[in-house]
Design a protein around this ligand. Sequence first.
Ligand SMILES: *Cc1c(COP(=O)(O)O)cnc(C)c1O
Length: 423
Amino acid sequence: MSDYKLGLDYALQQDQNDELKAYRSHFHIPKDKQGNPWIYMTGNSLGLQPKQTKAYVNQELEDWANLGVEGHLEAKNPWLPYHEFLTESMAKVVGAKPIEVVVMNTLTANLHFMMVSFYNPTKTRYKILIESDAFPSDKYAVESQLRHHGFDDKEGLILWKPRKGEELLNYEDLESILEAQGDEIALIMIGGVNYYTGQFFDLKRISDLGHKHGCNVGFDCAHGAGNVQLNLHNSGADFAVWCTYKYLNSGPGSLAGCFVHERHAHRKDLNRFTGWWSHNKQTRFNMRDEFDQLTGAEGWQLSNPPILSMAAIKASLDMFNEVGMAKLTNKSKKLTGYFEFLLKTLGEDIIKIITPNNPEERGCQLSIQVKNADKALHNKLTEANIISDWREPDVIRCAPVPLYNSFEDVFRLVEKLKAILNE
Ligand SMILES: *Cc1c(COP(=O)(O)O)cnc(C)c1O
């Protein structure tokens, strides 16, 4: 979009016209010791706290204080079905049907539980394909699954790599890998939005391609949930997992989400690890019955969940539900487009944006490579109250989050970057 303009006035005017501008005041924006607000660009790492979260968590603390165990049925939001209060909103956020979504466990744990069901290696088809710059936890998880099944974790792991001198992944390369080795691959597991480059993959294209070659396909959407329109149902993926503490603003280490495609909802043949929370709700408390599998994604739950964490998720999802992903991504594209526009004025010989320039192939994050930069640059930004994320050797990741970041934030960030580079 070329109608962006330079100057603070333009940024302030965009903030004025922003239909989501009220939401910034619904968040706690951290401040320095003098009371100046931070320019917080790390919602991709830990989202800020919605002001209403405290009341949601307090409600559960009070019900626990007043009702003890009776809270399971008598709390204002009864704890027994509490996860169900999150399902519909979460399904909307990720573009899924309610039967396909559950909030449970934590992210890497869910990834393992999904692999129990969807990584079914045989002697000839046992390999796992991931992107070469996968998030470390995901790589460790799939390597350990290979070892768990008795395979070599190097030989069994296939990496989808960028071409020489490039950062982004190319679908033709994925097609070539699958043409050559598709019948050896049991599972394709890709970060829906790559945490490092910010590349948002075409989930449907990857799912279709994988399925054509007989592979199961799953996505880690930690950097996608609440950031981009995932359309998980239509993607046809077998499963997806994500956390809620990044773009979903649900607090450090909060519970994670899990998607299992509807076509698997009633399958009893799938291998899985189970617990009493995977058992039919009507007879769960009879305690002595034979195991009776719950249908849908809920059937992958194991334990009764931590309600305090779920209350924080509910506080956030109620806000997402109110705004909707359409408005959110609409603002996000404008805000990140503006960020890109300003960065380009610094000179493309100094700044290289490795995130795709097509707004459909990215979320709000831009990963910026700064020529000859080292961590000192990042530290100077931090001293100036600009919170960004540094990845060795030379990449700064910045995520202007549409719910609470402003055009002014973006303007001030780039001004500071310019000042530091001119020092
Ligand atoms: C943030 C993130 C994780 C972190 O995993 P936890 O189990 O929540 O600690 C894993 N994978 C990806 C892709 C992530 O972005």
